[in-house]
Design a protein around this ligand. Structure first.
Ligand SMILES: C[S@@+](CC[C@H](N)C(=O)[O-])C[C@H]1O[C@@H](n2cnc3c(N)ncnc32)[C@H](O)[C@@H]1O
Length: 199
């Protein structure tokens, strides 16, 4: 994980509070359809719950993992859907075992925030933990991203990403390259792979 300060993350959560769930997550949930209500999802690097809320709204059970206590505090302070089954877990996602019986691993804009060795280890664990028909949704960063070279982060080329996803059915694999700004208002060149993959 990058040495980003807790106060920075708190400001990030505040800034993005009202944003809708990620398109990758929506695509994965839509593909499962309404019969998947009651299934188990894990959100790695859940932040303050932008995606978690949508999973709970669709009656999924969710294990929400984040290294920042403030993320989980803000998640639990949100108005949660009635009858929700949420297990918040403060941990680094490279350190916790994935729960048995999961159907979906979601990790929006979080997996790249760890060292390459950890990134690959976590990805192997995700692949192993997914049952046949299970899905991964999330984002990885490409080598043209302007954050390349920052310590504690992982960037994969398109070929590497496709290699890592080999054997999974790609329901979304979109490469985005764009000049924009970060939520903190800094100029940034984004190079992102948006992924939904089914085992
Ligand atoms: C860019 S935010 C994304 C939050 C949320 N998934 C979203 O899409 O809005 C990344 C989140 O990942 C968390 N994070 C980063 N590295 C982590 C790690 N190694 N283990 C657990 N959480 C981590 C941060 O604390 C932060 O909440």
């Amino acid at each position: 994980m990058t040495e980003r300060k807790s106060a920075d993350w708190a400001a990030y959560y505040e800034k993005l509070r009202e944003r809708p769930p990620r398109r990758t997550l929506i695509t994965a949930l839509d593909r499962f359809g309404p019969d998947a209500a009651g299934s188990l999802a894990v959100d790695l690097g859940c932040g303050d719950g932008r995606d978690v809320i949508e999973m709970l709204r669709r009656r999924w059970r969710v294990v929400a993992i984040d290294a920042e206590p403030e993320a989980l505090r803000q998640l639990q302070a949100r108005p949660l859907p009635p009858g929700e089954e949420l297990t918040p877990l403060q941990a680094r996602f490279e350190d916790v075992p994935l729960p048995l019986g999961l159907s979906l691993v979601n990790s929006s804009f979080a997996m790249p925030l760890c060292e390459p060795e950890a990134f690959h280890r976590v990805w192997e664990r995700i692949r192993e933990a997914l049952p046949s028909g299970g899905r991964f949704s999330g984002q990885w960063y490409g080598p043209k991203d302007s954050w390349v070279g920052r310590p504690g982060m992982t960037f994969v080329s398109c070929d590497e990403a496709l290699h890592l996803l080999d054997g999974l059915e790609l329901e979304m694999f979109e490469e985005e390259e764009d000049d924009g700004v970060t939520p903190r208002g800094n100029a940034k060149h984004w190079h992102i792979f948006h992924i939904v993959a089914r085992k």
